[in-house]
Structure formats: structure tokens, C-alpha cells
Ligand binder design. Structure first.
Ligand code: HEM
Ligand SMILES: *[C@@H]1O[C@H](CO)[C@@H](O)[C@H](O)[C@H]1NC(C)=O
Length: 333
């Protein structure tokens, strides 16, 4: 027994040390303090200017970071274009005709390359941009941990497999977050992102035409949803108009606030994945958290910031791992 424990310890130590040889493991706040002190200002300024012209872009930029982190970690794999032998994640089902904001990322990267060449990673740009996008719509701020490196590959299969679908069951959502090291509290807080931005008809059609009656959620809730659904059906017919879109938060669509939680309590979440947080929550734990956020915006903001930092840490490449891409769409040659 003792021998076994010693062996186990040895194996663990070796595993641990090879791991720390690859990267230095953790991110820090002042990573670019010496090498590119203007980095955060450049990002902030450009996000602010572009979001002013196109308010929805804030939502699109926040979503980019999420779709990056859930596929092989926050390594900017989502930004790579297709090359021979490697298909872009941009063509995966959750991303195609849906992800936006790549041009602004390119612009910011270009400006940062002029200011300090080969210094600021595309993965860090995505993390900073996501924070600044949230702030630009009135949401919370937080310090962004930095020092991520960029991947040298993309994974379209990973994107299809790991990014949750809008018709996922609650169980599946919990599972997909768990795979990333995120718990149900992160799931509920991060779903609050759907307080801004829009979804295409293809993303919510199934929900608004499903026949399952919702009487058992209470008459008031059912009646409100019926009205909401009538409006959505006029935007999104049974077939066609796939690319037409509707706001995820129909009350305050461009404001980052806690209204998302009020909506889902009323049965008016746009996506199936929003609705199931309440309708399939048999234990009541999630519903309790939704009530807490719906009645206390500060609590939501604090939890959201914490969960964003946690998401931003998923499988990051550090130290000698990966590279700093010169252009976010291509691996350096
Ligand atoms: C819980 C699982 C989630 C599912 C199933 C989901 C699904 C979706 C879908 C289907 C859309 C609409 C896409 C379209 O029709 O073009 C969307 C939009 C969006 N999602 Fe999520 N999402 C989830 C979690 C998240 C998280 C964790 C974040 C951010 C941290 C996020 C941020 C956004 C934003 C901001 C938009 C609007 C994008 C825009 O207007 O361009 N979502 N999501
Ligand atoms: C979810 O939507 C996809 C794509 O539209 C479909 O293939 C799948 O059957 C749906 N799953 C469920 C559980 O409804």
C-alpha cells in the first residue's frame, strides 16, 4: 500500500512538473505593463467607438469570447480562417451565419501590432474586448487576467460538440458547462449575457412552435407567453425567414441589465435554453438564483464578473505554449 502511494506521488509529481514546463500556468493582471502599456487603452477606445456606431456589436463581441473558450480553451481558435487541411470553427453549426465582430478584432490587432509587434495575443484581445463590450452597454466591469497564448489550430468538431444548442435540455446545459469546469451558478450567471443581442429565427423557431402546453407554470405566465409567442410567430413563420432576428431581451434589448431574469421568470425567454432554466429546474436551486438576480442587479453583476473571469481561464495556453499570432485569422508561418 505504501509503495503504491509513493508511486502515485511520483507519477503525480512528474505529471505536474512536465505541465509547468509547458506553460507557466496562470494569468496575471499586469502582463503587458512593461511590454505594451497602451494595450488596454487601445482595446477600450476601439470597442467604445465601434459599439457606439453599432450597439449590437457589444453582444456579438461578448459571444465571441464564449465561443472561443468553450472550444479547446480561450486560445483564439475561433478566429482562425480555413486553410488547407484545417476547417475554420466559423463554419461550425453554432457559428455559421451567426458570429459577428471579426473585423473589429482585426482592426484592434492591427493597431496593437503597430504599437508593440508580436506582443498581445488574440486570445487576450478577445477577453479584453468582451469586458469592454459589457461595460459599453452599462454592465459590470472587472479586471481581466492576461497572458494567454494563441492556438496553432482550430477545431470545427469541437465547436459542434462543445457549444450548447438553443434546444438543449437543462441537463445538457449543465453537462456542457461542467465539461468546461463551470458549475450551475456559472451557467445561470453567464446566461444573463442574453440581456443583450439578438437571435435568428432558426435559433428560436422550435421553441415558439412546440406544442407542449405550459399551463402548469401558472395561468398568468401562460397567458403572457402566449402573447409573446404570437409576436415571435409573426417574425418567424413555420418555414422561411431563417435569418430574421429578434432581441434576446425584448424589454431592454441593448442595455446590459438584469431584465433577462425577469423575462425568464415570466416565461418570456427567447431561446429554449433560456426557458429551461426555469421550466426544467426540478430542484428549485436555479429558480432561486434567477429570483435573486431578477430582484438584485448588483448581485447579478458581481456573479457575472466572477463567472466571466472563470470562463476566461478555461484551458489557457501560457508561457511557451502556443504563439502570439501576427494576424488573428492565421497561424504565423
Ligand atoms: C447556456 C447556453 C447557451 C446557449 C444554448 C446559447 C445560445 C445562443 C444562441 C442560439 C444565440 C443566437 C445566435 C443566432 O441566432 O445567431 C445566442 C446569442 C448570444 N449569446 Fe448565447 N448561448 C448560451 C450561453 C451564452 C453565454 C455563456 C454567453 C456569454 C458569456 C452568451 C452570449 C450571447 C450573446 C451576447 C448573444 C447575442 C449575440 C449577437 O447579438 O450577436 N451566450 N446564444
Ligand atoms: C435541436 O435542433 C437540431 C437542429 O435544428 C435538431 O437536429 C435536433 O433534433 C433538435 N433536438 C431536440 C432535442 O429537439
Amino acid at each position: 500500500m505504501e509503495l503504491f502511494m509513493r508511486l502515485l506521488l511520483m507519477v503525480l509529481t512528474i505529471f505536474h512538473s512536465t505541465k509547468s514546463l509547458k506553460g507557466d500556468g496562470s494569468l496575471v493582471y499586469d502582463y503587458y505593463k512593461e511590454t505594451c502599456p497602451m494595450a488596454e487603452d487601445i482595446v477600450r477606445h476601439n470597442v467604445k467607438a465601434e459599439v457606439y456606431r453599432d450597439p449590437r456589436l457589444a453582444a456579438s463581441l461578448l459571444r465571441l469570447h464564449f465561443h472561443d473558450c468553450f472550444v479547446m480553451g480561450c486560445d483564439a481558435s475561433v478566429l482562425l480562417d480555413s486553410v488547407e487541411g484545417m476547417t475554420s470553427e466559423k463554419l461550425a453549426i453554432p457559428n455559421m451565419n451567426s458570429l459577428r465582430g471579426f473585423e473589429l478584432i482585426d482592426k484592434i490587432k492591427y493597431l496593437l501590432e503597430q504599437e508593440c509587434p508580436l506582443t498581445v495575443s488574440c486570445a487576450d484581445i478577445l477577453a479584453l474586448v468582451a469586458r469592454d463590450a459589457v461595460v459599453s452597454r452599462g454592465g459590470p466591469t472587472w479586471m481581466v487576467l492576461l497572458g494567454r497564448k494563441d492556438s496553432v489550430e482550430s477545431s470545427i468538431n469541437g465547436a459542434n460538440q462543445f457549444i450548447p444548442a438553443p434546444n438543449s435540455s437543462l441537463e445538457t446545459l449543465i453537462d456542457k458547462f461542467k465539461t468546461q469546469g463551470l458549475d450551475i451558478y456559472d451557467l445561470v450567471a453567464l446566461s444573463g449575457s442574453h440581456t443583450i443581442g439578438r437571435a435568428r429565427c432558426t435559433s428560436f423557431r422550435q421553441r415558439i412552435y412546440e406544442t407542449k402546453p405550459e399551463y402548469h407554470y401558472g395561468y398568468d405566465r401562460y397567458r403572457r407567453y402566449t402573447t409573446f409567442r404570437r409576436i415571435l410567430r409573426s417574425i418567424c413563420p413555420v418555414t422561411g425567414r431563417d435569418q430574421k432576428h429578434a432581441p434576446l431581451d425584448f424589454e431592454t434589448p441593448t442595455k446590459f441589465d438584469n431584465h433577462y431574469y425577469v423575462n425568464i421568470l415570466e416565461g418570456n425567454g427567447l431561446l429554449g435554453s433560456d426557458n429551461v432554466l426555469i421550466s426544467q429546474d426540478h430542484e428549485g436551486v436555479i429558480t432561486e438564483q434567477v429570483w435573486a438576480y431578477a430582484s438584485n442587479q448588483k448581485l447579478f453583476f458581481d456573479s457575472f464578473a466572477k463567472s466571466m473571469i472563470k470562463m476566461g481561464n478555461i484551458n489557457v495556453l501560457t508561457g511557451n505554449e502556443g504563439q502570439i499570432r501576427r494576424h488573428c485569422r492565421f497561424v504565423n508561418t
